[in-house]
Ligand binder design. Sequence first.
Ligand code: DAU
Length: 316
Amino acid sequence: MMQQHPNYQIINVDSLTYAGNLENLKSIENNPNYTFSKTDITDAQAVDTLFRQGVDVVVNFAAESHVDRSILEPEVFVKTNVLGTQVLLDAAKKYGVTKFVQVSTDEVYGTLGETGLFTEETPLTPNSPYSASKAGGDLLVRAYHETFGLPINITRCSNNYGPYQFPEKLIPLIISRALSDQALPIYGDGLNIRDWLYVEDHCSAIDLVIHQGRIGEVYNIGGNNERTNLHIVKTILQELNKPEALMTYVKDRLGHDRRYGIDPTKITQELGWKPKHHFETGIKETIQWYLNNKEWWSRIQSGEYQDYSTKQYGDR
Ligand code: DAU
């Protein structure tokens, strides 16, 4: 956003829980148009103080986002993703904004069978505590539009990948573990399908929605890159020249959605969005980034992540 719109004043609000990392934003920390506020979005008073400065647009990226963690501890997901969204909506309603964009996920649509794609009309049938909490937030956003006329958009994207992704997600998890010659946990039969989207293509879509999205509308964002988990893992192993023997089939994730696939026709036709990154090159660039930034992810692995990893994968 700062590159595309250098005159915008951006306030970054983050409570810096386990995945928040100010190191990721070093390059902009001294920019006079950028402010950081360590604030929890469930803290209504703190959020009110922020809005009092005058805010035009809210983009709600703040979320607990990891499905496996939501199976271990659902409560914080409801707090941040549902209650936190309501706190932001109330402040936006009180002070007035030109746009409230809710950044959501295709997981609210549940799972697909072998055919078909998620459209904006697909009914919401979330299957995990995480996706149920995101669906709850989305429904509140929709309700604030219908009841109070708040100018909103909801975006629903598929799986993101790229630099700086926290190493609990499949792609950075496999890269970092393969580089350390650790077992690579494959849930179930490894044939679940995800639709991969390069992070900057997601960002360009959100930028378009902020500026051109029709008020009250939902936009699905996906790059038509459906791949099985096994394909992803084998591609990474090949690129890193590591043996497939590292792959370890483990107990399946509870309620594991089989397949996600986004139909991006609406955002493509209405807003002219087009992803720039092809998966085959994007994944290579991402692997290279993790190779070049081993210190970044090694530091993360030694903190809170170590406890989670022990709980989830039995690592010591
Ligand atoms: O679809 C968008 C969603 O993508 C976002 O809303 C979520 O915040 C984000 O976490 C992601 O959810 P997934 O559950 O699809 O991503 P994850 O990286 O956890 O898993 C991707 C696939 O890989 C999934 O089928 C489960 C599988 N998997 C994952 C992990 C962490 C494994 O087989 N082993 C693992 O250790």
